[in-house]
Design a protein around this ligand. Structure first.
Ligand code: KG4
Ligand code: ZN
Length: 356
């Protein structure tokens, strides 16, 4: 099943330029050039800046990945590249690079769905067997997927507005903390009291596994403004408590919706979480407890494989290649590319819902 082929993975769909070399489930090298500093002064990822940086860094990352694996380009058996969903300029840079490498080396190329990369990571790290349930939580996505094969996914629910990572990032911005917001908020929450402020738990009153995070951000904004008008400013402890309260609300919502998704999933081998927000220790612990209550193995990949990387793209590429064969030069970059095209999104679902 393509387990021993050596694959070059390329990832450039958001703000990380990444390349990796994978053989079977062994990561021979994994290079990530992050663009945080380039976007820092804008308070978010600027697509044009991201695309330019990808175009500048891709060949350097690939060279560095080959050096790290101590392999020449000729030793690669296949090239896997993120073909969507994501920012079109960045995805195009990666796809054009993969096409060039494929033509010049004669090696097969396969386009990979970025979300499939995240969703298959528990197989790469822990050899999880199909089918399993995964909660995908990142800066642009939030969904529950029953993973049935490298190309078959059933979506059980998704966010109808913001993704949790986006909410963490906005929270950090509102509180004057550094981007990316997730790690900043988590750090401040460690010294905070999660019970001081009453944050809502959106959509828990509605059945099903759909989620919403935009109301949380509004609640935080109101609390912040209230404190500023009462005290004339925010104290360090206020920021800690706001972060702790916000993080606890995200944790509780994701835990309860995970409970429902587990109840709705049949014959799964385990439960996993992936995507950038899965780096959150409090969330991981809550989901692990839940999984244990259901008697299911729980997998949360190591932090470096939860955030964007190219090893997951190489792995998903190897799995898909064995199942569906290679793509040809008509492979196109897809800014939108839902993993499950059969299950309709909730009517009224927000921008991220339709994208994911
Ligand atoms: O998967 P990812 O690297 O990129 C995509 O969105 O595809 O996820 C990045 C997101 C950011 O919004 C970041 O704030 C969030 O993951 N994140 C975290 C943590 N580390 C990263 N959120 C909460 N807690 C963390 N420790
Ligand atoms: Zn991602």
């Amino acid at each position: 099943m393509g387990q021993d082929i050596t694959v070059l993975g390329i990832e450039s769909s958001c703000d990380d330029t990444a390349a990796a070399i994978l053989r079977g489930r062994s990561i021979l090298s994994s290079v990530v050039a992050d663009q945080t500093a380039l976007h820092a002064s804008y308070g978010g990822v600027v697509p044009e800046i991201a695309a330019r940086a990808h175009a500048e860094k891709l060949d350097l990352c690939i060279e560095s990945a080959l050096d790290g694996a101590q392999l020449p380009l000729g030793a690669i058996d296949a090239i896997a590249v993120t073909a969507g969903p994501g920012l079109i300029g960045g995805v195009l840079s990666g796809v054009m690079m993969a096409k060039g490498l494929s033509v010049s080396t004669g090696k097969p190329m396969i386009g990979v769905n970025h979300l499939a990369g995240h969703a298959l990571t528990p197989r790469l790290t822990d050899g999880m067997e199909y089918p399993y349930l995964i909660l995908l939580v990142s800066g642009g996505h939030c969904q529950f997927l029953r993973v049935e094969s490298p190309t078959a996914f059933t979506r059980l629910g998704s966010t109808i507005d913001d993704a949790p990572g986006e909410a963490f990032d906005k929270t950090a911005r509102l509180l004057g903390l550094l981007q990316p917001g997730g790690p900043s908020v988590e750090r401040r929450a460690e010294d905070g009291d999660e019970t001081r402020f009453a944050f809502p738990r959106p959509l828990l009153d509605r059945p099903g596994c759909d989620l919403s995070f935009s109301g949380l951000k509004t609640a935080l904004l109101r609390q912040r403004d209230q404190l500023v008008s009462d005290q004339g400013g925010l104290r360090a402890q206020d920021v800690n408590d706001l972060c702790a309260g916000f993080q606890a609300a995200v944790r509780d919502v994701l835990k309860e919706k995970s409970r429902r998704a587990l109840a709705a999933s049949q014959e799964i081998t385990g439960f996993a979480v992936a995507g950038g927000v899965a780096a959150n220790t409090t969330l991981r612990a809550a989901l692990e407890t839940l999984s244990r209550e259901h008697g299911l193995p729980f997998v949360a990949p190591p932090l470096a494989l939860c955030t964007d990387n190219a090893a997951m793209i190489a792995f998903a590429g190897a799995e898909s290649l064995a199942l569906t064969g290679a793509d040809d030069l008509t492979l196109s970059a897809r800014p939108r590319w839902p993993l499950d095209t059969r299950t309709p999104f909730t009517v009224g679902g927000g921008k991220k819902g339709a994208k994911a």
